[in-house]
Design a protein around this ligand. Structure first.
Ligand code: B4P
Length: 189
Protein backbone atom coordinates (compact mmCIF):
# COMPACT_ATOMS: atom_id res chain seq x y z
CA UNK A 1 0.00 0.00 0.00
CA UNK A 2 1.08 3.56 -0.69
CA UNK A 3 0.13 5.35 2.53
CA UNK A 4 0.85 9.06 2.59
CA UNK A 5 0.41 11.51 5.43
CA UNK A 6 -0.16 15.05 4.18
CA UNK A 7 0.93 17.41 6.88
CA UNK A 8 0.92 21.17 7.44
CA UNK A 9 -0.61 24.09 9.26
CA UNK A 10 -4.28 25.08 8.94
CA UNK A 11 -4.78 26.31 5.39
CA UNK A 12 -1.47 24.94 4.12
CA UNK A 13 -3.17 23.19 1.19
CA UNK A 14 -3.63 19.68 2.63
CA UNK A 15 -7.17 19.23 1.34
CA UNK A 16 -6.38 20.99 -1.92
CA UNK A 17 -3.32 18.87 -2.72
CA UNK A 18 -4.94 15.65 -1.45
CA UNK A 19 -7.53 15.91 -4.22
CA UNK A 20 -4.79 16.11 -6.83
CA UNK A 21 -2.80 13.23 -5.33
CA UNK A 22 -5.91 11.03 -5.24
CA UNK A 23 -6.73 11.79 -8.84
CA UNK A 24 -3.20 11.03 -10.02
CA UNK A 25 -2.38 7.96 -7.89
CA UNK A 26 -5.83 6.43 -7.26
CA UNK A 27 -5.55 6.50 -3.48
CA UNK A 28 -8.34 6.57 -0.91
CA UNK A 29 -8.77 9.75 1.11
CA UNK A 30 -9.25 10.05 4.86
CA UNK A 31 -9.71 13.65 5.96
CA UNK A 32 -10.48 13.81 9.65
CA UNK A 33 -11.72 17.39 9.18
CA UNK A 34 -14.22 16.23 6.52
CA UNK A 35 -15.33 13.29 8.69
CA UNK A 36 -15.96 15.63 11.63
CA UNK A 37 -17.77 18.25 9.50
CA UNK A 38 -20.08 15.51 8.14
CA UNK A 39 -20.91 14.48 11.73
CA UNK A 40 -21.64 18.12 12.60
CA UNK A 41 -23.88 18.53 9.56
CA UNK A 42 -25.81 15.37 10.48
CA UNK A 43 -26.16 16.62 14.06
CA UNK A 44 -24.89 13.34 15.57
CA UNK A 45 -23.71 13.09 19.18
CA UNK A 46 -20.12 12.97 17.94
CA UNK A 47 -20.81 15.99 15.74
CA UNK A 48 -22.05 18.01 18.71
CA UNK A 49 -18.93 17.21 20.70
CA UNK A 50 -16.66 17.92 17.71
CA UNK A 51 -18.36 21.25 17.01
CA UNK A 52 -17.71 22.45 20.54
CA UNK A 53 -13.96 22.09 19.91
CA UNK A 54 -13.70 23.05 16.23
CA UNK A 55 -15.62 26.32 16.56
CA UNK A 56 -13.12 27.37 19.26
CA UNK A 57 -10.12 26.47 17.10
CA UNK A 58 -9.17 23.54 19.37
CA UNK A 59 -8.39 19.95 18.43
CA UNK A 60 -10.97 17.32 19.26
CA UNK A 61 -9.70 14.88 21.94
CA UNK A 62 -7.27 12.21 20.74
CA UNK A 63 -9.38 9.24 21.96
CA UNK A 64 -12.33 10.36 19.86
CA UNK A 65 -10.43 10.88 16.67
CA UNK A 66 -8.30 7.74 16.98
CA UNK A 67 -11.40 5.51 17.24
CA UNK A 68 -12.99 7.22 14.25
CA UNK A 69 -9.85 6.82 12.19
CA UNK A 70 -9.63 3.04 12.69
CA UNK A 71 -13.26 2.50 11.75
CA UNK A 72 -13.00 4.69 8.63
CA UNK A 73 -9.76 2.96 7.60
CA UNK A 74 -11.28 -0.51 7.96
CA UNK A 75 -14.05 0.41 5.52
CA UNK A 76 -11.49 0.98 2.73
CA UNK A 77 -11.23 -2.54 1.37
CA UNK A 78 -8.78 -3.56 -1.41
CA UNK A 79 -7.23 -0.13 -1.23
CA UNK A 80 -4.05 0.75 -3.18
CA UNK A 81 -3.25 3.11 -0.37
CA UNK A 82 -4.60 5.93 1.72
CA UNK A 83 -3.86 9.60 2.01
CA UNK A 84 -4.21 10.74 5.61
CA UNK A 85 -5.22 14.40 5.50
CA UNK A 86 -5.25 16.29 8.80
CA UNK A 87 -4.25 13.21 10.81
CA UNK A 88 -2.11 12.86 12.85
CA UNK A 89 -2.14 16.24 14.59
CA UNK A 90 -0.55 15.20 17.90
CA UNK A 91 2.20 12.80 18.99
CA UNK A 92 -0.32 10.33 20.55
CA UNK A 93 -2.22 10.33 17.23
CA UNK A 94 1.01 9.59 15.33
CA UNK A 95 1.80 6.71 17.67
CA UNK A 96 -1.74 5.36 17.30
CA UNK A 97 -1.54 5.57 13.50
CA UNK A 98 1.75 3.67 13.44
CA UNK A 99 0.31 0.93 15.66
CA UNK A 100 -2.94 0.72 13.71
CA UNK A 101 -1.13 0.28 10.39
CA UNK A 102 1.35 -2.22 11.83
CA UNK A 103 -1.52 -4.34 13.16
CA UNK A 104 -2.89 -4.40 9.61
CA UNK A 105 0.45 -5.36 8.05
CA UNK A 106 1.22 -2.00 6.51
CA UNK A 107 2.97 1.31 7.32
CA UNK A 108 3.31 4.96 6.33
CA UNK A 109 5.26 5.27 3.07
CA UNK A 110 6.00 9.01 3.35
CA UNK A 111 5.02 12.21 5.12
CA UNK A 112 4.54 15.13 2.72
CA UNK A 113 4.78 18.33 4.73
CA UNK A 114 3.58 21.60 3.22
CA UNK A 115 5.74 24.42 4.58
CA UNK A 116 3.87 27.74 4.43
CA UNK A 117 4.46 31.01 6.31
CA UNK A 118 1.89 31.99 8.94
CA UNK A 119 0.90 35.25 7.21
CA UNK A 120 -0.01 33.31 4.08
CA UNK A 121 -2.02 30.75 6.11
CA UNK A 122 -4.06 33.54 7.69
CA UNK A 123 -4.68 35.20 4.31
CA UNK A 124 -5.84 31.95 2.70
CA UNK A 125 -8.19 31.03 5.54
CA UNK A 126 -9.71 34.52 5.76
CA UNK A 127 -10.29 34.30 2.04
CA UNK A 128 -11.93 30.88 2.34
CA UNK A 129 -14.03 32.19 5.23
CA UNK A 130 -15.78 34.61 2.88
CA UNK A 131 -17.46 31.66 1.14
CA UNK A 132 -17.02 28.52 3.25
CA UNK A 133 -19.42 29.30 6.06
CA UNK A 134 -17.03 27.32 8.31
CA UNK A 135 -17.32 28.27 11.97
CA UNK A 136 -13.51 28.18 12.30
CA UNK A 137 -12.55 30.42 9.35
CA UNK A 138 -12.61 33.80 11.14
CA UNK A 139 -9.72 35.97 12.37
CA UNK A 140 -9.93 35.04 16.06
CA UNK A 141 -10.31 31.28 15.54
CA UNK A 142 -7.66 31.17 12.81
CA UNK A 143 -5.15 32.67 15.27
CA UNK A 144 -6.07 30.03 17.86
CA UNK A 145 -5.71 27.24 15.28
CA UNK A 146 -2.25 28.54 14.41
CA UNK A 147 -1.25 28.54 18.08
CA UNK A 148 -2.56 24.98 18.45
CA UNK A 149 -0.63 23.97 15.34
CA UNK A 150 2.66 25.36 16.69
CA UNK A 151 2.25 23.89 20.17
CA UNK A 152 0.61 20.50 19.51
CA UNK A 153 1.12 19.57 15.86
CA UNK A 154 4.53 21.00 14.86
CA UNK A 155 6.37 18.59 17.26
CA UNK A 156 5.45 15.89 14.73
CA UNK A 157 8.08 17.34 12.38
CA UNK A 158 10.87 15.99 14.59
CA UNK A 159 8.91 12.79 15.25
CA UNK A 160 8.76 12.00 11.51
CA UNK A 161 12.31 13.20 10.82
CA UNK A 162 13.50 10.60 13.33
CA UNK A 163 11.42 7.97 11.53
CA UNK A 164 13.05 9.02 8.23
CA UNK A 165 9.64 9.69 6.70
CA UNK A 166 9.61 13.50 6.59
CA UNK A 167 9.64 15.28 3.21
CA UNK A 168 9.38 19.07 3.49
CA UNK A 169 7.74 20.73 0.48
CA UNK A 170 7.86 24.46 -0.16
CA UNK A 171 4.13 25.21 0.04
CA UNK A 172 4.09 28.73 -1.39
CA UNK A 173 3.27 29.37 -5.05
CA UNK A 174 0.54 28.12 -7.34
CA UNK A 175 -1.39 24.91 -6.60
CA UNK A 176 0.13 23.33 -9.74
CA UNK A 177 3.70 24.30 -8.81
CA UNK A 178 3.27 22.77 -5.36
CA UNK A 179 1.75 19.61 -6.84
CA UNK A 180 4.81 19.21 -9.11
CA UNK A 181 7.03 19.28 -6.00
CA UNK A 182 4.82 16.67 -4.30
CA UNK A 183 4.90 14.38 -7.33
CA UNK A 184 8.68 14.39 -7.35
CA UNK A 185 8.64 13.14 -3.74
CA UNK A 186 5.99 10.45 -4.35
CA UNK A 187 7.75 9.18 -7.45
CA UNK A 188 10.86 8.43 -5.40
CA UNK A 189 8.99 6.16 -2.96
P1 B4P B 1 -9.11 20.46 8.63
O1 B4P B 1 -10.34 20.15 7.89
O2 B4P B 1 -7.99 19.50 8.48
O3 B4P B 1 -8.77 21.94 8.15
P2 B4P B 1 -7.49 22.81 7.82
O4 B4P B 1 -6.31 22.50 8.67
O5 B4P B 1 -8.01 24.18 7.83
O6 B4P B 1 -6.97 22.47 6.37
P3 B4P B 1 -7.78 22.28 5.00
O7 B4P B 1 -7.34 20.96 4.44
O8 B4P B 1 -9.21 22.46 5.19
O9 B4P B 1 -7.40 23.51 4.06
P4 B4P B 1 -6.39 23.59 2.86
O10 B4P B 1 -5.11 23.60 3.59
O11 B4P B 1 -6.53 22.60 1.74
O12 B4P B 1 -9.40 20.62 10.20
C1 B4P B 1 -10.43 21.44 10.73
C2 B4P B 1 -10.57 21.27 12.25
O13 B4P B 1 -11.05 19.91 12.55
C3 B4P B 1 -9.28 21.37 13.07
O14 B4P B 1 -8.97 22.72 13.40
C4 B4P B 1 -9.65 20.54 14.32
O15 B4P B 1 -10.43 21.25 15.22
C5 B4P B 1 -10.47 19.40 13.76
N1 B4P B 1 -9.64 18.23 13.45
C6 B4P B 1 -9.38 17.75 12.20
N2 B4P B 1 -8.55 16.69 12.26
C7 B4P B 1 -8.25 16.51 13.60
C8 B4P B 1 -7.40 15.62 14.31
N3 B4P B 1 -6.67 14.69 13.67
N4 B4P B 1 -7.33 15.72 15.66
C9 B4P B 1 -8.05 16.64 16.32
N5 B4P B 1 -8.86 17.55 15.72
C10 B4P B 1 -8.96 17.48 14.35
O16 B4P B 1 -6.74 25.01 2.12
C11 B4P B 1 -7.09 26.19 2.75
C12 B4P B 1 -7.44 27.29 1.73
O17 B4P B 1 -6.27 27.71 1.02
C13 B4P B 1 -8.45 26.87 0.65
O18 B4P B 1 -9.36 27.92 0.49
C14 B4P B 1 -7.61 26.71 -0.62
O19 B4P B 1 -8.33 27.02 -1.78
C15 B4P B 1 -6.49 27.69 -0.39
N6 B4P B 1 -5.23 27.27 -1.02
C16 B4P B 1 -4.70 26.01 -1.02
N7 B4P B 1 -3.52 26.00 -1.69
C17 B4P B 1 -3.29 27.29 -2.09
C18 B4P B 1 -2.22 27.93 -2.81
N8 B4P B 1 -1.16 27.26 -3.25
N9 B4P B 1 -2.29 29.26 -3.01
C19 B4P B 1 -3.37 29.97 -2.57
N10 B4P B 1 -4.43 29.43 -1.90
C20 B4P B 1 -4.38 28.10 -1.66
Amino acid sequence: MLNIVIFGGPGSGKGTQSEKIIEKYGLDHISTGDVLRAEIKNETELGKIADSYISKGQLVPDELIIDILASVFDKKENSRGVIFDGFPRTIPQAEALKKMLLERGTAISAVVALEVEDDELVARLLNRGKISGRSDDNQETIQKRLNVYHSQTAPLIDFYKKENLYNGIYGMGSIEEIFERIKSVIEKI
